[in-house]
Design a protein around this ligand. Structure first.
Ligand SMILES: [Zn+2]
Ligand SMILES: [Zn+2]
Ligand SMILES: [Zn+2]
Length: 718
């Protein structure tokens, strides 16, 4: 035995289809031995262990209850010395026994048999959960459980069959809900739950913790039969395997870190984990491992969807060595998994060796590489990791070039950008958070609408601090670190308005179609909408003209009437308004090259209405204004621009002015009365008086003539 140098030996035992992985870690001439799973038969396992001269095992781990992992362990403690046992929390499955298909029921019964045989040899049974760590040699490494999360087991241990049935019936088994916070109502305060939560919080359970679980009521047998048949059709298996994905996806996933005289090696042993969504989300910077025991014997794995996603998984793990334990049964290992590993430059070490070497093959449709390569029976294969590197004692199925040495272009071709959703939140989570934010924004907008309509200051969008406060109030603290991602995605999907300004987010509810329709009809009721322009700056091309308009006043008007903050106007109302301005129902005028105006009236009918005084409407909102120098008789006109407080109006309150004009017009003043009014107001109008007087002259005598004069000041563009 090599005991001089610190090293880790990983032996994939040749037990056929199944897993039995032997870890032998030597540190300063002491050895720690761990067996992960026992394959399908004790006899075969003992033969393999004898071949490796192993008689004492410090830790036996059962990743999950399936027979290809568990059967070999039943009775092992009677043949070899076993100090400690880790396994899946059996009672969690026992209480849902009636949901499982025949294979699952057998697996659970075997689990009971295994625990009995361990208890008879006084081996401690532990059910570790995510976060549980063991230090075989303190300060030079550790063995950590990175899945299953305690929340998943809490559900299995306490939920009714109604609560857990979706774990059975969906493919892949859903794991997205694991990052949602536990809602307050569901927090039971009974002694049982207090004790269970205390036990879960230390990241492991023991059989003693799970003595008196609440009963899970049995439902209708035929419903389960129907679900299991549907599931079997979807997964192309048999109903007897119903529940198997629950066993696989509650696998103990182990992460081993070993320091051999300064060189650190990392190994990932995931049992038959199929759905990697939770693991990748929890380890968003990557799962990086030198040694990766291929999940589920080189079978399908899933991330987010039911699409096979090996490339993403390999991009997260970047393994130097992929260990495969399979012998062709169930079409495993998949050729596609082997190909992904090769593309990632990993060395593949398989318990079966190839008999055929393909130089070039055209009709290469075999699902399993075992069939394709006419591989041998399984046998023990060992790799050794120490300060000098990693070596295999037997030929590898494929000798990878390693990601550090491969031609860069070849590696880059297969670099998979981790999707931003996987790295932080996955789709299901994200959608829920976006929906929550959307509802909050809607509530805020509705409550603002209920309050008084008139605003002295414009309304403001919602800050991210505000949302954080709301989230904490509702126990949604989980949303807080992801808020900018949620707002960004929500905006991208048009669920609400959001904008990032100086790294702070503002958000608000989008106006509905109805809001926009209402706003457009308010604009249509205006005689005119005026956009002051600096002289000579009017662009005549339709699109540029519209896009260059100063929309400040329009935005304030949307705030004043419908309570949408003016800084979101450009992204919400404006595209619709601009579109509407272009169509034939609106006319566009330029006045003396210093103003662009939009009106539903043609210039003739507009002037006619103005001069005949029929365009009077009530005062309507904070930014309605009149331009008396253009129109002697008042009418509501919306002025949009930064200087919408018309300087030429002097200090008059716009409101008063409008009212006065309305009064004048309604009284149908005589020329004398009008002149008196002008004289009274004269100081404010100075040079305009003459113009207005002239206009009055004409309007009194000949409206047609008056229109002609006024028309000279206007050019109708459309
Ligand atoms: Zn398996
Ligand atoms: Zn399995
Ligand atoms: Zn192979």
């Amino acid at each position: 035995m090599r005991l001089s140098m610190d090293e880790l030996q990983i032996t994939t035992l040749g037990i056929g289809h199944g897993d039995a992985i032997l870890l032998r870690w030597t540190n300063q001439n002491k050895q720690w031995t761990c067996l992960i799973d026992g394959g399908p038969s004790l006899e075969r396992l003992i033969a393999c262990l004898d071949e490796e001269q192993v008689d004492e095992i410090d830790l036996v781990v059962l990743s999950h209850l399936d027979s290809d992992h568990a059967c070999g362990l039943i009775g092992l403690a009677k043949k070899k010395s076993v100090k400690e046992f880790w396994g899946p929390a059996l009672p969690a499955f026992q209480r849902h026994l009636w949901l499982f298909g025949e294979k699952g029921v057998q697996a659970i019964e075997r689990g009971e048999e295994l625990e009995d045989s361990l208890k008879s040899k006084n081996v401690d049974i532990c059910y570790p959960l995510e976060g549980y760590t063991m230090l075989p040699f303190p300060s030079v490494g550790n063995l950590t459980v990175i899945s299953p999360p305690s929340k998943l087991f809490r559900k299995l241990l306490t939920g009714d069959s109604d609560d857990v049935i979706e774990l059975f019936s969906q493919q892949p088994m859903p794991l997205g809900w694991l990052q949602e916070p536990i809602s307050e109502e569901s927090e039971e305060q009974s002694a049982f739950f207090v004790n269970l939560d205390a036990a879960l919080s230390r990241n492991f359970l023991t059989p003693d913790d799970l003595q008196s679980l609440p009963e899970s009521r049995e439902g209708i047998r035929s419903d389960i039969m129907r679900l299991s048949e549907e599931w079997a059709r979807n997964t192309k298996t048999e109903p007897e395997f119903f529940g198997d994905s629950v066993l696989n996806n509650t696998s103990l996933v182990l992460y081993l870190e070993v320091n051999t005289n300064g060189r650190i090696h990392k190994g990932l042993f995931p049992g038959d984990q199929e759905n990697w969504t939770y693991l990748l989300a929890r380890n968003s910077r990557g799962l990086h491992a030198d040694i990766f025991k291929a999940s589920h014997h080189g079978g399908q794995i899933y991330i987010e969807s039911n699409q096979s996603s090996h490339e993403e998984l390999f991009s997260s793990i970047q393994p130097k060595v992929v260990l495969i334990s399979a012998n062709g049964q169930h079409n495993l290992p998949r050729n596609s998994v082997r190909n992904s590993a090769i593309r990632w430059g990993s060395t593949i070490v398989c318990t079966c060796y190839r008999n055929i070497e393909f130089i070039e093959s055209i009709n290469n449709n075999a699902e399993s590489c075992h069939a394709l390569h006419n591989c041998t029976e399984a046998r023990n294969v060992t790799i050794i990791l120490n300060k000098e590197g990693i070596k295999s004692e037997t030929p590898a199925c494929f000798s990878g070039f390693g990601r550090h040495f491969g031609p860069i272009i070849q590696i880059r071709q297969h670099v998979v950008d981790p999707s931003p959703i996987v790295t932080h939140l996955y789709e299901h989570e994200l959608r829920r958070h976006i929906k929550w934010v959307k509802n909050k924004l809607k509530e805020i907008h509705e409550s603002r609408l209920e309050k008084a309509l008139f605003l002295t200051e414009g309304s403001q969008p919602i800050t991210d601090d505000h949302i954080v406060t709301l989230a904490r109030q509702e126990n949604r603290a989980i949303l807080v670190p992801h808020l900018s991602q949620i707002l960004n995605e929500g905006m991208r999907r048009n669920e609400f308005w959001a904008k990032n300004k100086c790294s702070e987010w503002q958000s608000y509810q989008y106006p509905t179609k109805k809001d926009i329709g209402e706003y457009l009809s308010l604009l249509e009721q205006k005689a005119m909408i005026l956009f002051p322009q600096s002289i000579g700056n009017v662009v005549r091309d339709t699109n540029s003209l519209i896009l260059n308009l100063d929309i400040t006043g329009l935005a304030s008007y949307a705030d004043a009437t419908l309570r949408f903050p003016s800084n979101m106007f450009q992204d919400s109302f404006w595209p619709e308004v601009a579109k509407s301005f272009k169509n034939k129902e609106w006319h566009c005028f330029i006045h003396k090259l210093d103003m662009v105006a939009f009106s539903r009236y043609s210039i003739e009918s507009l002037l006619e209405k103005i001069l005949s005084g029929s365009l009077i409407e009530g005062y309507n909102g904070a930014y309605i204004n009149i331009r008396r120098e253009h129109f002697p008789f008042c009418h509501p006109v919306l002025v949009s621009g930064k200087n919408n407080k018309d300087k030429k109006m002097g200090d008059y309150e716009q409101k008063n002015c409008v009212e006065q004009c309305i009064t004048i017009n309604q009284k149908n003043y005589s020329q004398e009365e009008w002149e008196q009014f002008i004289q009274r107001e004269g100081s404010s109008y100075d040079s305009k008086t003459l113009y207005i007087n002239n206009l009055w002259e004409y309007s009194g005598k000949n409206i047609i003539k008056c229109i002609e004069i006024l028309k000279k000041n206007f050019e109708q563009l459309w």
